[in-house]
Design a protein around this ligand. Structure first.
Ligand SMILES: CC[C@H](C(=O)O)C(=O)SCCNC(=O)CCNC(=O)[C@H](O)C(C)(C)COP(=O)(O)OP(=O)(O)OC[C@H]1O[C@@H](n2cnc3c(N)ncnc32)[C@H](O)[C@@H]1OP(=O)(O)O
Ligand SMILES: [Co+2]
Length: 134
């Protein structure tokens, strides 16, 4: 069911500083920050030859990554995103398999303009998984 690795996300306390680090020190191609209020984050994408790194900074009072950063003030790897051919079918299979789909269970449009879902980290070896419609 899961296909390509779409991105690995890193939550950071200061997305401008992290962007400068990736652009300057690591010589990477870094996008401009994009605010996603519906997801409670500001994102930046770093394009690599074989996948992307997503930098995330909390946006607003109810950011879903706020507590993660409280626990990890320097930041840390936040989630992995796999692509799936059919996110609806994937969701149905996962629910049948007993996995917890976060939020309402309905896909929301993510940073790439595609439907995404999140699976509870406690169900997948402590790793927060995002699924994105390929
Ligand atoms: C969609 C736009 C963009 C894109 O790529 O397109 C994005 O990726 S936006 C990314 C930000 N949005 C989300 O992460 C939505 C899904 N996440 C959530 O709903 C929450 O972050 C949740 C429920 C996973 C955790 O929320 P919170 O930390 O407030 O809850 P708890 O403190 O109760 O945590 C429960 C339990 O899970 C552990 N945890 C939390 N976050 C992570 C994580 N990123 N990786 C692994 N484990 C995580 C936390 O430590 C708790 O464990 P416990 O042993 O009970 O202490
Ligand atoms: Co993501």
């Amino acid at each position: 069911m899961i296909g390509r690795l779409n991105h690995i996300a890193i939550a950071v306390p200061d997305i401008a500083a992290a962007s400068r680090l990736y652009q300057g020190t690591l010589g990477a191609e870094v996008s401009a920050p994009e605010k996603l209020p519906e997801h409670g984050v500001t994102v930046v994408f770093i394009t690599l030859p074989n996948t992307k790194i997503e930098l995330l900074e909390p946006l607003g009072e109810a950011s879903p990554i706020a507590r993660f950063l409280d626990k990890n003030p320097d930041g840390g790897i936040h989630h992995v995103c796999y692509e799936v051919e059919d996110i609806g079918a994937a969701r149905d299979w996962l629910v049948t398999s007993g996995a917890r789909v976060l939020g309402s269970g309905e896909p929301k449009i993510g940073a790439h303009g595609k439907p995404v879902l999140f699976l509870h980290p406690k169900d997948f070896n402590g790793a927060l998984i995002e699924l994105e419609q390929a």
